[in-house]
Design a protein around this ligand. Structure first.
Ligand SMILES: [Zn+2]
Length: 253
C-alpha cells in the first residue's frame, strides 16, 4: 500500500489556518458595521434630557437597545420604531425595567404594526404573559357558556316535563255556553275541540294517568247553544297549540 496523502499524519495539521483567519475577519467586519451604526445613532440622539422610563431629567442618558443580544443591530435599525430608548443609569441597570421595556415597546409597536411584523424584526413575541391571561379568560368564557347551556337544557327539560304534566294539573270548574264544536285532524289523530261563547277554545282528550277514556262520549254530549258546568285541567298556550282539557261536564238547564 502506498500512502499519498500525509496531511493527516501531522499534529497539529495546518489545514484550517486559512479558514480560521477568514471567520475572524468576518466577525470583525460585523462588529465594525455595528460600531458604525452605533456611532450614527449616537450622533442623532441627544444624550441629555428626560429618561424615557422614569421620566426624570438627567444630564447623561444612555441609549439602550430594547432588544439586545443578537437583536442589537435590529434595535438600532428600528430606532424610529422606539426600539432604542434613552435611559438614566438607574433604569438602564435595572433588570426588571429592561425586561418590562421589551414588553412595553412591543405593545407600542403593535399599535401601528402587526404581530407578524414585530416577530419578523425581533424574532419572537414578548407578550406571552398577556397570551396566557387571554387563555385563562377563554377558559372562563367556556365555563360560563357551559353553565348557560346547562341552564338552557335544564330549562327545556323542565318545560318539557311541565308540558307533559300540565294536562293533569291546574284543575278548574267553570260555566260555559257552547258556541261551536269540531274535530281537528292533526298528524293522523283526531282532537275534539270546543269553542265557548266567550271565545275560548277547549279540547277533549283522553288522560291515561287519570283513567279518562271517555273523550268521544263527552264530545258527543255537548250541544251547541247549551250551557255546561265544566271541569278542566291544563292551560291555554296559543304558541304551542295547547288547550285546556275538558274532563267533566254537567248540563245546566
Ligand atoms: Zn430612568
Amino acid at each position: 500500500m502506498i500512502v499519498t496523502d500525509l496531511s493527516n499524519s501531522f499534529y497539529p495539521y495546518p489545514k484550517n489556518k486559512q479558514e480560521k483567519k477568514k471567520s475572524k475577519t468576518q466577525i470583525k467586519k460585523k462588529s465594525n458595521k455595528l460600531a458604525k451604526l452605533e456611532r450614527q445613532r449616537d450622533k442623532k440622539i441627544i444624550k441629555y434630557g428626560e429618561c424615557e422610563y422614569c421620566h426624570r431629567k438627567f444630564k447623561h442618558l444612555d441609549p439602550h437597545e430594547v432588544y439586545g443580544g443578537s437583536n442589537r443591530k435590529r434595535s438600532i435599525e428600528n430606532t424610529e420604531n422606539g426600539f432604542v430608548k434613552m435611559l438614566c443609569r438607574e433604569c438602564h441597570s435595572n433588570e426588571k425595567i429592561v425586561e418590562q421595556l421589551k414588553i412595553d415597546t412591543q405593545k407600542e409597536f403593535e399599535k401601528t404594526h402587526t404581530r407578524e411584523e414585530f416577530i419578523k424584526i425581533v424574532g419572537k413575541s414578548y407578550l406571552k404573559e398577556e397570551k396566557r391571561m387571554l387563555k385563562s379568560e377563554k377558559g372562563a368564557i367556556e365555563i360560563v357558556a357551559g353553565i348557560i347551556l346547562g341552564i338552557i337544557i335544564l330549562g327545556m327539560l323542565g318545560f318539557g316535563i311541565y308540558c307533559a304534566t300540565i294536562d293533569y294539573q291546574n284543575e278548574k270548574t267553570i260555566e260555559i255556553t257552547i258556541k261551536d264544536k269540531y274535530i281537528k285532524r292533526y298528524n293522523d289523530s283526531d282532537t275534539y275541540l270546543v269553542v265557548s261563547e266567550d271565545g275560548e277554545t277547549y279540547k277533549i282528550e283522553d288522560l291515561l294517568f287519570k283513567g279518562k277514556f271517555n273523550s268521544t262520549d263527552l264530545y258527543n254530549q255537548l250541544e251547541i247553544g247549551k250551557t255546561y258546568k265544566i271541569t278542566t285541567t291544563g292551560i291555554r298556550l296559543q304558541f304551542f297549540s295547547m288547550y285546556k282539557n275538558i274532563n267533566k261536564i254537567e248540563k245546566i238547564d
